[in-house]
Design a protein around this ligand. Structure first.
Ligand code: CTP
Length: 393
């Protein structure tokens, strides 16, 4: 995509460098247009190096190229980060007195603006009215983040992080085919306590479940995440659990109202029969202690069996196996039937390389078909969601 990145004159301009870098690294053709004041905060050389394009915000150079309209006309997307209160006011007024504002006036591309200013300025009635005007015209204005501001103060007004800006901008092109659909995702790996400091766990990093969360959210879904031992904060969409029992309790509460249930968490099939409340001591355990395990309920099978005529959520299970090819697909098909789910996403975890990796290779196995997908976990998530969207039709 051809993306114009406008940078206006605020201290957060130094963070806009991250936006330019992320977009260029993702393979986009990035053209940066700083305002004159933005160049007091960040140098043109930095922006040229990261965007791999020249940076010349002067309206009166290369006049023969008609650049004051050509840049806006050729853009597929315009991002302005940071956007000062003054820039927002000038855009609301329709001014075109520098290269950035004239490019915006001359463009029909989607526009995303990431404001950054002090709380008082953001809440000033002028800014409030100007933001409302821009939004009414279809310009996407992000809410500023809350946190430390330039001086000693903190509050609402921080520029959102570069990753959040890039995600929001690229999401403008994602079809909203899960708008209003309630999706519940389990992610991570359960832990079964042995004593007060030790547990039986597994290698699941939770990255696949988190990618599914991000992908479903970008397609407009109303997503909840049941996070088993994950160091993430997706408040207010996240419920934290640790053991299989806690995961089951969360599902009992949340599953009855969901439209789609995706069980990506690695759930322990067994737990310790009687975990100790205090730390066990080697001196008391001897050289070959025995841990007695008891079976945990199979939650996927349980929630498959709970489906009724009146509530039929689409149910997706995962199967991490040390199998490949035909054997992997056959085992997934067996699981599909045994647990009465709609789709089993199977992957070969031989060697453990997939744990913690950003990429994966999956088999999508349903009653009527099977297909393979290889790529990033985010791309794999979209492939799974594509299947879900067509199954719900
Ligand atoms: N799962 C579950 N409850 C369990 C175990 C697993 O809900 N007690 C779910 C997982 O979230 C996953 C799917 O079942 O979606 C596959 O888990 P897996 O351990 O591969 O299934 P098992 O039937 O336990 O596999 P196996 O028979 O090979 O041990």
């Amino acid at each position: 995509m051809r993306i114009l990145v406008g940078i206006t004159g605020g201290i957060a301009a130094y963070k806009a460098v991250g936006v330019v870098r992320l977009l260029a690294e993702a393979g986009h053709d990035v053209k940066v247009i700083p305002t004159a004041n933005a160049l007091r905060f960040v140098g043109a050389a930095t922006l040229e190096a990261l965007s791999k394009n020249s940076v010349d915000p002067d309206l009166y150079t290369d006049v023969a190229d008609v650049k004051h309209v050509a840049l806006g006309q050729s853009a597929d997307l315009i991002i302005v980060a940071p956007a000062t209160a003054s820039f927002i006011a000038r855009t609301a007024a329709g001014l075109g007195d520098d290269l950035l504002s004239s490019s915006i006036l001359a463009s029909r591309a989607p526009i995303l603006i990431a404001p950054a200013m002090h709380t008082e300025m953001w809440e000033n009635p002028s800014t409030v009215a100007n933001v409302a005007t821009l939004r009414a015209r279809g310009i996407n204005v992000l809410e500023p983040a809350v946190g430390r501001l330039t001086g000693e103060d903190s509050g609402k007004g921080r520029m959102p992080e570069p990753e959040a800006i890039v995600d929001a901008a690229l999401n403008l092109f994602v079809p909203q085919d899960l708008a209003g659909v309630k999706v519940l995702i389990t992610a991570g790996g359960t832990r079964e306590p042995i004593d007060s400091v030790r547990f039986i766990g597994n290698n699941s990093s939770g990255l696949m479940g988190l990618a599914l969360f991000k992908a479903a959210q970008s397609r407009g879904a109303d997503v909840r995440l049941v996070a088993a031992n994950l160091q993430v904060d997706l408040t207010p969409s996240q419920v934290d659990v640790s053991t299989t029992k806690e995961l089951r309790e969360a599902l009992i509460e949340l599953a009855p109202t969901t439209d789609v249930l995706i069980m990506a968490a690695a759930v322990s099939d067994y737990r310790i029969e009687s975990p100790s409340d205090v730390k066990l001591k080697k001196a008391n355990l001897g050289s070959s202690p025995t841990l007695t395990l008891v079976e945990n309920p199979d939650l996927l099978a349980e929630f498959g069996a709970r489906r009724s005529k009146s509530h039929q959520p689409t149910l997706v299970g995962f199967a991490a196996e040390t199998l490949s090819g035909e054997e992997l697909v056959a085992s997934a098909r067996k699981k599909l039937q045994a647990k009465s789910v709609d789709l089993v996403v199977a992957n070969d975890v031989t060697g453990g390389a997939v744990f913690g990796s950003d990429t994966t290779a999956i088999e999508l196995v349903s009653a009527s078909a099977e297909s393979s997908f290889e790529g990033s976990k985010l791309e794999a998530s979209h492939a799974i969601l594509d299947w879900i969207v067509s199954a719900r039709k």
